[in-house]
Design a protein around this ligand. Sequence first.
Ligand SMILES: NC(=O)C1=CN([C@@H]2O[C@H](COP(=O)(O)OP(=O)(O)OC[C@H]3O[C@@H](n4cnc5c(N)ncnc54)[C@H](O)[C@@H]3O)[C@@H](O)[C@H]2O)C=CC1
Ligand SMILES: CC(=O)C(=O)O
Ligand SMILES: [Mg+2]
Length: 371
Amino acid sequence: MKIAVPKEIKNHEYRVALTPSVVRELVARGHRVAVQASAGEGAGFPDAEYEAAGAHIEQDLDALWDNAELIVKVKEPQPEEVKRLKPSHTLFTYLHLAAEESLTRGLMDSEATCIAYETITDEEGGLPLLAPMSRVAGRMAVQAGAHSLEKAQGGAGILIPGVPGVAPAKVTVIGGGVVGENAARMALGLGADVTVLDKSLERLEVLDHRYQGRLNTVYSTADALETAARESDIVVGAVLVPGAQAPKLITRKMLGDMRPGSVLVDVAIDQGGCFETSRATTHADPTYVVDGVVHYCVANMPGAVARTSTQALTNATLPFVLALADKGWQGALAEDPHFLKGLNVHAGHITHPAVAQAFGLEAVDPKSLMA
Ligand SMILES: NC(=O)C1=CN([C@@H]2O[C@H](COP(=O)(O)OP(=O)(O)OC[C@H]3O[C@@H](n4cnc5c(N)ncnc54)[C@H](O)[C@@H]3O)[C@@H](O)[C@H]2O)C=CC1
Ligand SMILES: CC(=O)C(=O)O
Ligand SMILES: [Mg+2]
């Protein structure tokens, strides 16, 4: 299989889709891997390490894309990348299509086969290729929130742990999944007063048991959300309905009840965001203020800690990349129903029901493509 690894071009995105160690595994199985020159530099992997692992370093972007059968990336393709896709390509990357209709239409028009990391499932009901980045983003969410609470960032001027004689900040996390638990863990570590809201009682039970009374768990209702908005210094948005647009849980009206200088960190922004006033921001300009409330809505948070994130991501993607390379997309997806859930677009059709539903389109059953 001819595999290409482009350099990521999203704003301040420094991750790379394959490390030299993964390239070595692929080359040992007889695959040809072309890595765009300097693709790994931001994550601390120089071209020389890829060359030593058996990769071809490609300077010519046209050749990189034109000669590839399998393209492995980190972030959703940017408009200039979508233009390069063709029907013979298999694209394997984060897509987050429900949040971006123009990208979805572009991928359909390309007729390429597009497999999303974030909708692949596992036996335990988890999302094994989203989880590693959710761990990173959840942990970062509290760092971002703490920084945003500083006066110079528009925040209320609150130090998360407080000091003796001064109460700590109240941190509420909406959605107690992977992002939520990691955010809660960091907030607890900093000494915050932490509450987690979820609609899943099972998840709340797990967290209650795991944290032994050190955090508050609250079933997520409209009342609970209003209380969270009114009383929190930081609210982290960490909900997910896989493949679908995030529900809007904090409305514009509720901002009026929030304390001036409080902070919303919308990690769910890659699925459209779970606060009505969220819009995607970049690492270059991560926050903005609406009605006195600071919003942090960076859609590629792990890109800022590219070394850690690349290693964590590629640990998880490795077996899937090997399966695609060894068996082709049809072979790999046909024998693994969890991998098949990753197929979002093929030959102009949407194959994931939640993505199709987001745009009022019909989904083609991916099993029908497996003949
Ligand atoms: N901005 C960024 O850089 C990154 C964003 N993410 C995003 O973070 C989001 C969360 O991801 P994970 O934690 O991995 O998902 P997850 O599936 O582990 O957890 C989501 C949780 O949300 C809960 N939930 C769903 N609807 C809810 C509602 N209406 N009210 C309360 N809880 C609700 C679910 O029960 C579940 O426990 C996703 O959109 C993911 O793509 C992940 C990594 C990086
Ligand atoms: C999950 C995701 O969108 C990211 O890691 O950037
Ligand atoms: Mg994202």
